[in-house]
Design a protein around this ligand. Structure first.
Ligand SMILES: Cc1cc2nc3c(=O)[nH]c(=O)nc-3n(C[C@H](O)[C@H](O)[C@H](O)COP(=O)(O)OP(=O)(O)OC[C@H]3O[C@@H](n4cnc5c(N)ncnc54)[C@H](O)[C@@H]3O)c2cc1C
Ligand SMILES: NC(=O)c1ccc[n+]([C@@H]2O[C@H](COP(=O)([O-])OP(=O)(O)OC[C@H]3O[C@@H](n4cnc5c(N)ncnc54)[C@H](O)[C@@H]3O)[C@@H](O)[C@H]2O)c1
Length: 445
């Protein structure tokens, strides 16, 4: 049946669901289409469940650090109970997210659909005609095209394991591999991180990335670098991984963590002249695709130099709502974007990176080993490092990289400093609660 809407949103992650509800609240007639979990990656199988599992890792890490200096006994992660806590959050999330959309008056379709030659979106036997369409379909795990690829599991399965296996392999050495290695290691598994070259976390400073490797290695994670896995074979209940140079490893489960690819196929985008490539849907600086009726937002947008993060999807969503309702605004602008690897320890970055700074005379990179500072000494943190990029002439911090258990908190202060162009004098003018990581800020300039 032909149905008329003001806007049709495809994909209901952070970006899509917020657009659907906001436009409906602004008086539009909206349809939202989802082919998997309402609410998308972040709350169902991304940031939030990962951070729930990490909560136990953080507590165990701290307890281990303080052993013999005030705490005794071994703290252990009880995986099934931790998983129950995670599921108590994730299982109701998707149905509640759909209810939230419906309650606001959004018409929902739980199905896979696609554009037709008439420029309408066909789904579940209906043909949706609309003034605007929004593609918000996000990314999915990239599966390495190797022999036995069907045995490779992904972050989706990791985040929903009933039991922590005795021995696991994680292929890749990016965000996911470091975060999940920290979780599995703390939960008692033997963890192997296998990477095809010897440069993990390539978007971060090499020394900081090496420090992450050293810290996890000290906890027992094994890094197998320069190993290019070519084959996975099933052997009884186990999996045997091998490369072409004689590497062999037998594990209980193996997870591919080698990046994510955009959900652009099967949407009929070519029928409505919306262009896309391997990075995602191409947009202009108003998030408009090559078809002026169609916008794209969030992770599915082709922005290879951008991190793919929830706050960016949210910013895109707010911007497109204003575009569609006709509030005049200029080209989309992004503030500085903090990025965090939520491992054990954590590694965070914001602003100008150290590689860029090293090549530019205006900047100086100051490396501070802060392990002995009170904030870290009091909790026996084994290693804490802060690198700040300073604009020499303006006496401003223009970038920072932080490695420590507190990096996710400290980086937010640096985000304010960098975004608001604060000078060291302006920072020192503030009084921060003492002793906190904020009260350390005075000493970074
Ligand atoms: C393991 C993991 C951990 C992460 N941790 C963090 C973190 O700590 N911090 C952070 O900022 N970001 C993190 N991210 C990234 C974050 O989850 C994404 O940036 C964010 O979810 C992007 O939102 P989105 O709305 O663009 O896409 P998504 O949330 O991916 O939503 C897209 C939706 O579209 C649906 N869809 C796809 N194809 C179709 C179709 N054909 N028809 C209908 N629906 C479709 C999908 O099912 C999904 O629900 C993490 C990601 C992963 C995988
Ligand atoms: N904390 C966060 O914000 C967070 C956490 C997890 C995921 N994410 C999002 O999810 C995305 C995916 O995470 P990811 O870790 O899968 O991707 P990633 O791009 O961070 O890392 C992929 C890794 O796989 C490696 N790789 C590629 N081909 C390989 C091969 N053949 N063999 C071995 N290694 C190979 C790459 O060199 C890289 O180290 C991230 O880019 C990010 O957008 C964000």
């Amino acid at each position: 049946m032909l149905k008329q809407f003001d806007t049709v949103v495809v994909g209901t992650g952070v970006a899509g669901s917020s657009i659907a509800r906001s436009l409906q609240a602004a008086g539009q007639k909206v349809a939202a289409i989802e082919n998997a979990f309402w609410g998308g990656t972040c709350p169902n199988r991304g940031c939030d469940p990962k951070k729930i599992l990490l909560g136990a890792v953080e507590a165990k890490t701290l307890a281990d650090q303080l052993k013999q200096t005030g705490l005794k006994g071994n703290t252990q992660i009880e995986w099934p109970a931790l998983m129950e806590k995670k599921r108590a959050y994730t299982v109701p999330f998707s149905p509640n997210a759909e209810k939230w959309l419906k309650k606001g008056g959004v018409v929902t379709y739980h199905a896979q659909g696609q554009f037709n030659d008439a420029g309408n979106f066909e789904v579940d036997g209906d043909e949706l005609q609309a003034d605007h369409f929004v593609i918000a379909t996000g990314l999915r795990p990239l599966i390495l095209p190797i022999e036995g690829k069907d045995y490779l599991e992904t972050s989706n399965e990791f985040l929903d394991m009933d039991e922590m296996p005795r021995k696991i392999a994680l292929i890749g050495a990016g965000f996911e591999a470091f975060e999940f290695a920290a979780i599995a290691n703390a939960a008692g598994a033997e963890v192997h991180v296998i990477h095809h070259n010897d440069r993990p976390l390539k978007k971060y400073d090499a020394q900081m990335a090496q420090a992450m490797v050293d810290e996890l290695s000290a906890k027992g994670v094994q890094f197998d670098f320069n190993v290019d896995i070519q084959k996975v074979e099933k052997q009884n209940a186990n999996y045997v991984l091998s490369d072409q140079d004689g590497y062999k490893l037998t594990v209980n489960r193996v997870f591919g963590m080698t990046g994510r690819i955009p959900n652009v196929s099967d949407l009929g985008l070519e029928k409505v002249n919306v262009t896309f490539d391997k990075h995602g849907v191409q947009v202009d600086n108003h998030l408009q695709t090559t078809n002026s009726k169609v916008y794209a937002v969030g992770d599915v947008v082709a922005r290879p130099s951008f991190p793919k993060l929830t706050p960016i999807a949210t910013l895109d969503a707010n911007y497109v709502v204003n575009e569609i309702v006709g509030h005049s605004q200029g080209a989309i602008q992004y503030p500085v974007i903090p990025v965090v690897v939520f491992g054990a320890p954590k590694l965070a970055q914001v602003g100008i990176d150290t590689v860029t700074a090293d090549k530019d005379d205006r900047y100086e990179v100051k490396t501070l080993d802060v392990t002995g500072w009170f904030s870290y000494m009091r909790i026996n943190e084994p290693k804490a490092v802060v690198k700040v990029v300073l604009d020499k002439e303006k006496h401003q911090i223009v970038g920072a990289q932080v490695l420590s258990g507190e990096a996710d908190q400290l980086i937010n202060y640096f985000t304010f400093i960098v975004e608001d162009h604060l000078t060291m004098d302006q920072i020192k003018h503030h009084i921060f609660a003492y002793p906190t990581i904020a009260s350390d800020l005075d000493y970074f300039g």
